[in-house]
Design a protein around this ligand. Structure first.
Ligand code: NAG
Ligand code: NAG
Ligand code: NAG
Ligand code: NAG
Ligand code: NAG
Ligand code: NAG
Ligand code: NAG
Ligand code: NAG
Ligand code: NAG
Ligand code: NAG
Length: 495
């Protein structure tokens, strides 16, 4: 009887999902050549990033984000926390200046009050919950409390004994803060903000945590972590930490506060003693994380429950103090050039993996003209390329050479196929280049006009297209080319 009762109680009170998970990005600003707000917003738009978190409430940044539809989490910096937490009037003033002045043009959807306060600024802990409540009352007074949620990001190091997740609890020294805080989050319909860095968990585990487990790579079944109390299987550190946070809340009897991960990521470069801060690992972690989140996979404890996540972070911050890895968490450099190209085929629209270093497919110099012609005919026929710009009087007619026309057709095909590997081959007469072959009014696919930003949408592989779809299409293509060339050679022999 007891287990059934427990099940019923759980069923009645667990976290419920009514929304799809999203991926957002944190915007740190410790760059020696910080792009201006207009440039930042241009990058966000080009990359289809719809959710951002700021570490403050910078006026110029909030103005630039106006009327973009981008949803913004603003922050009360730790330096302002004591003031806001000690005075209702200061809090109301903060909200008036940094929030009310910007909505609804700027879509502010959350306020992060302080950052990792209980682990980094314990002397402000006594005012943390009042700061959150004061901010919330000011939102209520402006009738904004429905659309703007108030919370505070916690470091995952605040969760003790986090494996197995079912035994996790928050550092008990802070129960007197956590209980009223969770009550507040629950009653105001807000969520628990968690910063989770499997990179550090892995680094600090001295080999106990396998790298693959931190990077969401498949593990052999005998290496999967199993929580002996719940028998839940964990295939990655990220899920285990999120579940540890759910269990730590449940330990304090809060079972219906959802979690948003406000920071997670992996550094792409590090000092000698940080050998796993590499481009490959950063790419693997963030690509897998994004796929995992957008799939609404949830966690073993709450399958299918959205765990929206903000990647740490948009830019590499060269001015951050500390180890080399500290400066290398970004997805982009200050010029908006990606540090690495995320592998995101099939995961939807955010952060298209093909960003800058735009590539084009061109006819090889010195390629056999008959083979080029055959490939051109194939591209404009079975390859479904719209070759009308190559007709006389159209923008890409001149120069009227097989090489120039084939280049246009190859490049269009290559971009139609999402620049998938193998789609710029054409029996060896095509090759990939980074220089834009556009000339005059003949604009090539993929040409952004600027070279820095490109249209994320057109290049994001649609969620329906699969890699196998692309390559089987191509195989048909190369067979057809072989056939055409065979026919050409055969007719040539009889001339
Ligand atoms: C702001 O974001 C919320 C949440 O998605 C959405 O419901 C609302 O329509 C947005 N408001 C504006 C003004 O874009
Ligand atoms: C704080 O100020 C708001 C108005 O901004 C008011 O509604 C609320 O009652 C005040 N709360 C406290 C605890 O003084
Ligand atoms: C728990 O928090 C207290 C107070 O900040 C701190 O002194 C202690 O080291 C923490 N315990 C652990 C295991 O982190
Ligand atoms: C949680 O609820 C149980 C059962 O009602 C109770 O025994 C326990 O003291 C509660 N724990 C906290 C931290 O309130
Ligand atoms: C996506 O979610 C489904 C269940 O909803 C799961 O079976 C699948 O493994 C998930 N894929 C990824 C890449 O997480
Ligand atoms: C872009 O191209 C430059 C120069 O060819 C190269 O150094 C850089 O690594 C490339 N970046 C990416 C993200 O591929
Ligand atoms: C984009 O991602 C797909 C799938 O991982 C990969 O095959 C392709 O090469 C990537 N594109 C670039 C330009 O890196
Ligand atoms: C190219 O980028 C620069 C800086 O990012 C911007 O000022 C300029 O307007 C852009 N030009 C075009 C044609 O988009
Ligand atoms: C660029 O993206 C927009 C949507 O953001 C889309 O409507 C437009 O067609 C795209 N342009 C190209 C050249 O693909
Ligand atoms: C993807 O497939 C679904 C269902 O088959 C369809 O409704 C949708 O239009 C497709 N989207 C694209 C971009 O092809």
């Amino acid at each position: 009887m007891a287990p059934l009762l427990l099940l019923l109680l759980l069923a009645a009170s667990v976290v419920t999902a009514d929304e799809d998970a999203f991926i957002g990005v944190n915007i740190g600003t410790a760059l020696s050549d910080m792009p201006n707000p207009t440039q930042v917003v241009a990058l966000l738009k080009a990359q289809q990033i719809r959710h951002v978190r700021l570490y403050d409430a910078d006026r110029a940044m909030l103005l630039a984000l106006a009327n973009t539809g981008i949803q913004v989490t603003v922050s009360v910096p730790n330096e302002e926390l004591l003031g806001v937490g000690q005075s209702n009037a200061t809090a109301a003033n903060w909200v008036a200046r940094n929030v009310v002045a910007h909505v609804p043009a700027t879509n502010i959807t959350a306020i992060a009050v302080g950052s990792e306060v209980l682990t980094t600024l314990p002397n402000a802990a006594p005012v943390l919950v009042s700061a959150m409540k004061f901010i919330h009352s000011a939102l209520v007074a402006s009738n904004l409390d429905d659309q703007i949620k108030v919370s505070t990001p916690h470091s995952s190091s605040f969760i003790l004994d986090s494996f197995p997740p079912s035994q996790a609890f928050f550092n008990r020294s802070w129960d007197n803060v956590m209980v009223p805080m969770l009550k507040f989050l629950q009653s105001s319909g807000s969520y628990f903000m968690l910063n989770s860095y499997p990179y550090y968990d892995y680094m600090q585990s001295n080999g106990v945590i396998p790298l693959d487990y931190a990077l969401f790579r498949p593990l052999p079944p005998n290496k999967e972590a199993v929580d002996a109390n719940t028998l839940l299987h964990y295939t990655n550190v990220f899920d285990a930490v999120v579940d540890a946070a759910y269990f730590a809340m449940a330990y304090l009897n809060f079972t219906n506060v959802p979690i948003v991960v406000t920071e997670s990521g992996w550094p792409s470069k590090g000092d000698k003693n940080e050998p796993d801060a590499t481009l490959d690992n950063a790419n693997t972690y963030n690509s897998n994380l994004i796929r995992h989140v957008l799939n609404n996979t949830g966690t073993p404890k709450h399958p299918g429950i959205a765990v929206s996540t903000y990647i740490y972070e948009l830019y590499n911050e060269d001015m951050r103090p500390g180890s080399l890895s500290e400066k290398n968490w970004g997805l982009f450099d200050a010029n908006g050039v990606p540090i690495y190209i995320l592998h995101l085929t099939d995961s939807g629209m955010v952060l298209a993996n093909d960003t800058t270093n735009q590539t084009y497919c061109v006819a090889r110099d010195g390629a056999d003209e008959k083979m080029l012609q055959a490939a051109l005919d194939w591209a404009c026929g079975p390859g479904k390329v719209d070759c009308s710009p190559l007709l006389q009087g159209q923008p890409c007619y001149e120069p009227d050479t097989v090489n120039a026309h084939a280049t246009y057709a190859f490049n269009t095909y290559y971009h139609q196929m999402g620049m998938a590997s193998g789609t710029c081959y054409f029996n060896g007469v095509a090759s990939v280049t980074t220089s834009d072959p556009s000339h005059g009014s003949c604009k090539f696919h993929g040409s952004g006009g600027n070279g820095t930003f490109i249209n994320g949408t057109s290049l994001a592989p649609s969620s329906n297209s699969t890699a196998s779809g692309c390559s089987s299409n191509f195989h048909v293509g190369s067979a057809a080319i072989t056939l055409i060339i065979g026919v050409l050679l055969w007719s040539a022999a009889f001339l």
